[in-house]
Each structure stands twice: as structure tokens, then as C-alpha cells.
Design a protein around this ligand. Structure first.
Ligand code: AMP
Ligand code: MN
Ligand code: MN
Ligand code: MN
Length: 316
């Protein structure tokens, strides 16, 4: 498992990190990183074991499992990772409300046994259950019966979410695909949209740091923020102890990378890379099939120790 330095315990300057990143680029064989993915512990369609085996088959060396508001897939993933020769980075994707905007903050290298983190995630999952019932009630009023039960049956883990509703609506023939189900029923201002208060930015970063992890803003190009609000977000995120920005994401629109790389450098944030894989046929991007970070970015893994991992994947 990578040992990581959180900003709080080991204050290493951005310049030192830059030099370190440069040396490791010169001296090491480049590993393939994918630091954002989902399993059946939240809204992915594959189990943690299947996810890890698929990552190995895709040539991923270092994979982060980052389920929504849940870490329950990590134990199984760790076991499978040992067998498959993949290095697992224990992660989580935390739902945050920041100035009326829903944001996702990824935590990388967390200790899933940390009590503060688990208390926080537990609260978010309780809200998810209430919200799921409320989505069910709202859609019921629109004449769609049994939606809550249907979504519940599709959610195999503790973190029920809108994707489970979307898949149920597709299975019922009420939407042509998951995207269409969001567009018709589940997006903001649609009948099944239930606004809610998730974690604050400060809380999410605190929980991640308490668990020894690094906080990274997930898929920043997906939020509909003006440039000035985005700058406010980056400043506030830094102030509360956030360290990274997903410069490359499988869920980004094309052409987002360069601007994000510039923001990462200007705000002295480390750069992360993640497919946001949710299972075969569920996401635009395959596990691990992501472009390299632009030169000048400092990878979030610069100080991770993944050199001693086993290198030969077990073929099955
Ligand atoms: P939730 O956390 O339950 O509100 O669900 C958020 C998840 O729904 C995201 O992580 C995506 O997997 C999925 N999602 C959100 N918006 C869309 C959309 N417009 N189309 C398809 N999937 C979406
Ligand atoms: Mn998701
Ligand atoms: Mn997300
Ligand atoms: Mn995600």
C-alpha cells in the first residue's frame, strides 16, 4: 500500500515536490495510474474483485477505489489487489455542498478505519437513504410505482444513489439510457431531484486529512461555476487543507485539460488522473486509458512509495 505524506504531517514545499516529480520522471519507469473508480459498494456495476482484475487486465499498476460516501469495498479490493499485482490506493468520493453547488471531493490514501471519517460518511449515507425514499415518493406522485424498491434492489452496497434509480427507470422502459433517465427525472429541476445538504468542503477535507489522506477536487470541469467562483473554490479548498485537482478525468468534456493544468500550477495543487469508471458500458472511459498529465503538473503520487509492489500480474 502506498505510504503517503499528508500536507499537515510533512510540510514539503511545492518547489521541492516539483523537483521530486522531475527526478522521478527521469529515474523511474512510468507506472499507469487510475485514481478514481467505483464498485458495487456504491454505483459501480462490478464487485471490487472484478474491478481489480479488470484493472490488471487493462495494465493499470496503481488503482484507487473511490466509492461515493463509502469505503466498504476496500477490504475486498485489497485482497484482490494482492492477488492481481495491482497496487490499491484506498479512496473515497465524498459528496459536498459548496455555496448551493454539489461537488465531489476524492480522498486518496485514506485509512478506512479512521473514526472521524467513518462518522462523517455514515451521516452522508443516512441522508442518502432518506433522499432515496423521497425520490421514490416524488416519482410515485408522477405515477411511477415501486421506484424506491426497484432502486434499492439494484443497490448492492450501503450507498444508494441516483444512478440506481436511473438504471431502474431504464429497465422499466421509462428512459432510453442512464443519461436520459437523469435528464428526464433525476437532474436538478426534474421531478425526482431532491436537494440536500451534503458535507461542507471543510468537513470533507478534514475527514480525509484525519484519515491520513490527500483531498482532491473530482472532475472540476464538470461543475457549472463561473471562472471567478472556480477561483474562489480553489482558494477555499487550499485554505482548508485540500492538495489536489483532477486535471484528467474520464468524465470531463474534451479540451478541459490544459486550463486545469494551468489552474493546478497557479494554485500549487497536485494533479490527479482518474477514469471515474463505473463498470463495462457505464462510462465513456475504460479503466486506465487516460492521457498523460501535461508537463509542468506535479502528480499527486510524487511522494508515494509504490516501488516495492509486486510487478507480475497473476493471469487467470
Ligand atoms: P448521487 O451521488 O446519488 O447524487 O449520484 C451521482 C452520480 O450519478 C454520479 O457519480 C454519476 O455516476 C451519476 N450522474 C450524475 N449526473 C449524471 C448525468 N447527468 N448523467 C449520467 N449520470 C450522472
Ligand atoms: Mn457515480
Ligand atoms: Mn463524481
Ligand atoms: Mn466518481
Amino acid at each position: 500500500m502506498p505510504t503517503q505524506r499528508s500536507g499537515r504531517k510533512n510540510p514539503v514545499s511545492y518547489t521541492e515536490l516539483f523537483v521530486g516529480a522531475h527526478i522521478s520522471r527521469m529515474g523511474q519507469q512510468m507506472l499507469r495510474y487510475d485514481l478514481h473508480s467505483h464498485s458495487t459498494a456504491s454505483d459501480g456495476t462490478v464487485s471490487p474483485t472484478e474491478l481489480i482484475r479488470h484493472a490488471a487486465a487493462q495494465g493499470v499498476d496503481v488503482l484507487a477505489l473511490t466509492d461515493h460516501d463509502a469505503t466498504t469495498g476496500l477490504a475486498e479490493a485489497e485482497q484482490a489487489a494482492g492477488e492481481a499485482g495491482v497496487t490499491l490506493v484506498p479512496g473515497v468520493e465524498i459528496s459536498v455542498t459548496w455555496v448551493h453547488q454539489l461537488l465531489h471531493i476524492v480522498g486518496l490514501g485514506i485509512d478506512p478505519h479512521n473514526a472521524a471519517l467513518q462518522r462523517g460518511l455514515e451521516g452522508l449515507r443516512e441522508f442518502r437513504v432518506w433522499r432515496a425514499e423521497e425520490i421514490g415518493r416524488r416519482l410515485e406522485k408522477r405515477g411511477i410505482a415501486g421506484v424506491y424498491e426497484g432502486a434499492r434492489a439494484l443497490a448492492q452496497g450501503p450507498s444508494i444513489g441516483r444512478t440506481h434509480f436511473a438504471r431502474f427507470l431504464v429497465a422499466q422502459g421509462l428512459a432510453k439510457d442512464v443519461q436520459n433517465a437523469f435528464d428526464k427525472y433525476l437532474k436538478r429541476s426534474k421531478p425526482g431531484y431532491v436537494p440536500g445538504k451534503w458535507a461542507s468542503l471543510n468537513e470533507a477535507v478534514d475527514w480525509i486529512r484525519a484519515a491520513g489522506g490527500q483531498a482532491v477536487i473530482a472532475h472540476p470541469a464538470r461543475y457549472t461555476l463561473s471562472a471567478s467562483r472556480f477561483r474562489d473554490l480553489l482558494s477555499e479548498f487550499k485554505e482548508v487543507g485540500g492538495v489536489g485537482l483532477e486535471v484528467i478525468s474520464g468524465s470531463h468534456p474534451n479540451g478541459a485539460t490544459l486550463a486545469l493544468s494551468n489552474y493546478a500550477q497557479r494554485y500549487e495543487l497536485l494533479a490527479s488522473v482518474g477514469s471515474d469508471y463505473h463498470g463495462p458500458g457505464q462510462s465513456r472511459n475504460e479503466l486506465g486509458s487516460l492521457p498523460d498529465l501535461p508537463a509542468g503538473c506535479i502528480p499527486v503520487w510524487t511522494e508515494w512509495d509504490v516501488g516495492s509492489r509486486p510487478t507480475a500480474p497473476i493471469t487467470q
